[in-house]
Design a protein around this ligand. Sequence first.
Ligand SMILES: C[S@@+](CC[C@H](N)C(=O)[O-])C[C@H]1O[C@@H](n2cnc3c(N)ncnc32)[C@H](O)[C@@H]1O
Length: 277
Amino acid sequence: MNDEKMTPFLKWPGGKRWIVEKLIKNIPSFEGKYIEPFLGSGALFFALKPDGAVLSDINEDLMEVYFAMRDYPNELREKMLYHQKNHCKEYYYKVRATKPRTEINRAARFLYLNRTCFNGMYRVNSKGEFNVPKGSKDDCVYDIDKFERYAELLQKTQIMTEDFAKAISLAGSGDVVFADPPYAMINNSQFLKYNEQLFNWDDQERLLRELKNASQRGANILVTNVYCEEIKKMYLEAGFWVSEESRICSIAGKSEKRGAIKELLISSHKIIDLEST
Ligand SMILES: C[S@@+](CC[C@H](N)C(=O)[O-])C[C@H]1O[C@@H](n2cnc3c(N)ncnc32)[C@H](O)[C@@H]1O
């Protein structure tokens, strides 16, 4: 790892940039692989820049951007410059309606829409089509000079488009798993929907089982989830450490509507309280 500061190239719902310092303090030093099975924008991965990693997410459109950034950073840069030159309301909706046939064009479309859509949201309709309206940000090429660096870092990783169980099954002694699943909702009927599929209560229980097995194989585990009594109870009963965090956030993108959200930080080792360090 070096001192160069890297941040994600995507915006992602539930992205962990806001708590990344605390996560870094709570990641144990590891000799083996860094494994992130719910990658999203990979806020912790880019902050750590580990030498060997397994990165995975079930969202195919999302993962295609990582493959393209790893394999074709220069072509991606050129495509983003083209999008920037043409960007306007009409162009945004025209691009949103397209279904490019090549991987590089699909990745550039995804990145362009991600950077210029409303609030960096990700939402698809029942046919899996991205349907977020245009947002107020007009710049989609602010970090193109770093694409080579992103590529170098990603070339040292194993990237997969898989359910979380696959990536976690690769964890063994000396490895670390950072799991940031879609949040469990207090009201069980409202699970977060990132793809066409829901992440339901069975998935939350299945995740705990996979993490417990990985921990028994000698991997260290760090998990985040929304504050929820049932989640807290099941991890405590499974022998994990649990700490509560709260943060102020805007609701539905309206800065005048603010509320406190409580989250859980869960770990296979004792959690360090940031304020006391
Ligand atoms: C809270 S987000 C992760 C955010 C990420 N830590 C960041 O900093 O941007 C949760 C992610 O889990 C992914 N996901 C949902 N169901 C999954 C599954 N069964 N297996 C793997 N990934 C899944 C979603 O596509 C989404 O990207």
